[in-house]
Write a protein that binds this ligand. Structure first.
Ligand code: KGT
Length: 278
């Protein structure tokens, strides 16, 4: 059984401030003996406008934020999952990528997932978002990869609403489903917990969701409630929606025996002779 750590931060447009928050989280994770740390979507920054979001974007080699995390990962031999923005591969593109990086214990970027589903909504009296104006969607599921806490399946935030991707990752042998997020308070209050528990239960998998919390700027807030859920759907650790004085961290042991037992005792055999396999 290995200990997983989940950090909750409040990213702003200051990458230095965001790195400092992540470093506080890293210290807490190292002190507790965690074998992997999970950070939210867009940990590098949350801009105040589409133009600012695009202009702050830096490639891996140019990002002091990532350089800092890579140094810390190597120093402490602590793998870190972190959501960031990255430039498009197409130099003529007006959009950037929303990605989840896996920094291994040597400080190398070993895996990259690019968000598939983009958050476009216009709710009367509620949030209005057009992520697709700024972000170009990925086109691939990242094959689950091994880590000290288990085999990891990567997704980001709004992907949570599409069970097909979670099921596909489970079919590819993922033990842990990641949903690093920056949920809106309104949609979070209504949907965050039931969707996360549903993904854990229907995939008989651990779910780890590191979340942004509180006020990023005058216009934008996030729901918080970072959480770790076991394959039976039980909440093992959870944070609140309040922005604390310093970034908070939760921990849980990831138990591969419990996962195997859950899947053995109640096999979820799909009727793919009746409906298509996803
Ligand atoms: O803007 C950035 O820089 C980082 N990206 C995000 O915060 C994204 C797109 S706006 N947020 C979500 O997908 C929230 C989904 C959500 O709240 C829901 O599904 O209800």
């Amino acid at each position: 059984m290995a200990l997983a750590a989940v950090g909750q931060i409040t990213s702003t447009s200051s990458m230095a401030h965001n790195l400092a928050q992540c470093r506080t989280v890293i210290q807490k994770a190292v002190a507790a003996g965690a074998k992997a740390l999970f950070l939210p979507e867009a940990s590098d920054y949350i801009g105040g406008s589409p133009d600012e979001t695009k202009s702050l974007c830096k490639s891996v080699g140019q990002s002091p934020f990532l350089k800092g995390l890579q140094e810390d990962a190597k120093k402490h031999r602590l793998p870190i999952s972190v959501g960031v923005h990255e430039p498009s591969d197409d130099p003529n593109s007006k959009r950037i990528k929303n990605t989840l990086l896996w920094i291994n214990e040597k400080g190398e970027i070993a895996h990259r997932y690019q968000k598939l589903h983009l958050f476009d909504l216009e709710i009367e009296g509620g949030p209005v978002m057009r992520e697709s104006a700024v972000i170009e969607p990925g086109n691939d599921i990242l094959a689950p990869f091994d880590s000290a806490v288990g085999k990891i399946g990567s997704m980001i935030c709004f992907d949570l609403r599409f069970p097909e991707i979670a099921l596909a990752l489970k079919r590819q042998k993922a033990d842990i489903l990641l949903y690093p997020s920056a949920f809106t308070p309104q949609t979070g209050k209504a949907h965050w917990l039931p969707l996360l528990r549903a993904r854990a239960i229907e995939c008989e998998s651990y779910v780890i969701a590191a979340a942004q919390v509180g006020a990023h700027n005058e216009k934008r807030r996030s729901y918080g409630h970072s959480i770790i859920i076991n394959p039976w759907g039980e909440v093992l650790a959870e944070l609140s929606g309040e922005q604390a004085d310093e970034p908070e961290v939760i921990f849980a042991k990831i138990d591969m025996e419990l996962l195997a037992k859950t899947r053995k005792e109640m096999p979820l055999l799909r009727r793919t002779d009746v409906y298509p396999e996803v």
